[in-house]
Design a protein around this ligand. Structure first.
Ligand code: UT7
Length: 331
């Protein structure tokens, strides 16, 4: 182990979304809603959903492959794979990270899943960074992705319209090696007193899954949208404020927030005085992809050449748990 503090960088990123596009009109077949309501209240115009037979691990693997290609690192050199998800291929076991490890042929990599819902990617960056800082590993793959379409209740208009499927990935390396994407500071946190706000109430370890639970649909996501909304505005504001505390606003290249709801993002960023063009939003096309949201948006921002070299990128997310996280990255 080196005595010098290892700084962590993002060597390369990748993402993957399903081909199937679900527009807002689709939901009118199942619940009383409209394209107008959904666009106005959330900013979402369409989202991507996996088709029957496609797997969440397909998305995680495709995102990881792209991140490795961008980093020019071979799968055999990956030391650790962390898949941040609450909607992997299997309930609990086996971890999707193990399936991804096999798909990639990353034979020497340890692999585990991490559950922090929409803040998952931030948690993954923080946890993955520790293995680099300690000198244990050199190449850590952090994948954030979800397939919440399969855990949503098509008859619950409060929640089903929000979620999209997708995944993003980042390869972390010592900054000395990759010389880009320096993670200058990162924070994660939780408040379990809000656990009931977004939950799959039944069908977990509390009891055996019964036909009654299945017919009620209480094994699917239930969300108290208003409570989450209130929490979201104040938490997103404080996270972004934390990330830019003491920094020159001129140094800010882009804010890439969790794509939760256009109104939440506009309120939070307006409060902080961030100009509109400094806030990346793609919720109109993908909806809320939970742990996939921030890395997918980062990839699209990179493709659009929106990260200025040596300037700051702020990422922030919050989600079920309640959990949250933010990071300041010097690109
Ligand atoms: O990643 C973290 C996870 N989730 C979130 O961050 C979600 C945060 N919350 C939100 O984005 C918003 O609260 C929602 C988009 C979920 C809901 O928007 P809202 O403006 O907060 O609506 P509301 O829940 O206060 O409901 C207003 C009305 C209600 O009708 P009544 O009781 O006033 O008659 C709802 O039943 O809108 C109704 N409503 C709908 N109407 C048409 C709720 N969902 C729909 C819908 N279509 N899909």
């Amino acid at each position: 182990m080196s005595s010098k503090e290892v700084q962590v960088g993002i060597a390369g990123m990748g993402y993957s979304v399903p081909d199937q596009v679900i527009d807002n009109h689709y939901f009118t077949r199942f619940v009383e809603t409209s394209d107008e309501w959904i666009v106005q209240r959330t900013g979402i115009k369409e989202r991507r959903w996996l088709e029957p037979g496609e797997k969440p691990s397909d998305l995680f693997t495709a995102a990881a492959k792209m991140a490795l290609e961008k980093s020019q690192v071979a799968a055999e050199d990956v030391d650790l794979i962390i898949v941040c998800t609450v909607s992997g291929d299997h309930q609990g076991t086996p971890a999707s990270a193990c399936i991804v490890q096999d798909n990639l042929g990353a034979k020497k990599a340890a692999a585990f899943d991490l559950q922090a819902a929409c803040a998952g990617f931030l948690y993954g960056l923080q946890v993955g960074s520790q293995f680099l800082k300690s000198g244990t590993y050199q190449n850590v793959l952090v994948i954030g992705g979800e397939c919440l379409s399969r855990m949503s209740d098509i008859y619950d208009r409060n929640s089903v319209i929000i979620f999209g499927d997708g995944a993003g990935a980042a390869l972390l390396q010592p900054h000395d090696v990759c010389k880009q994407g320096l993670i200058e500071d990162i924070t994660i946190g939780a408040d379990g007193s809000g656990a009931q706000f977004i939950t799959r109430p039944r069908g977990g370890g509390l009891e055996r899954l019964t036909p009654e639970i299945l017919s009620e649909g209480t094994h699917l996501i239930r969300m108290q949208g208003r409570e989450v909304y209130r929490f979201a505005v104040s938490r997103m504001t404080s996270l972004m404020k934390w990330a830019m505390e003491g920094q020159d606003p001129e140094e800010l290249s882009l804010v890439v927030p969790h794509q939760v709801n256009r109104r939440i993002l506009e309120t939070a960023t307006e409060k902080l005085g961030f100009p509109e063009e400094k806030v990346f939003i793609n919720i109109d096309r993908y909806g809320n992809t939970s742990a996939g949201s921030v890395p997918i948006a980062m990839c699209e921002a990179i493709e659009a050449d929106l990260f200025e070299k040596d300037k700051l990128v702020v990422i922030a997310a919050f989600g079920s748990g309640l959990t949250w996280g933010a990071a300041r990255i010097r690109w």
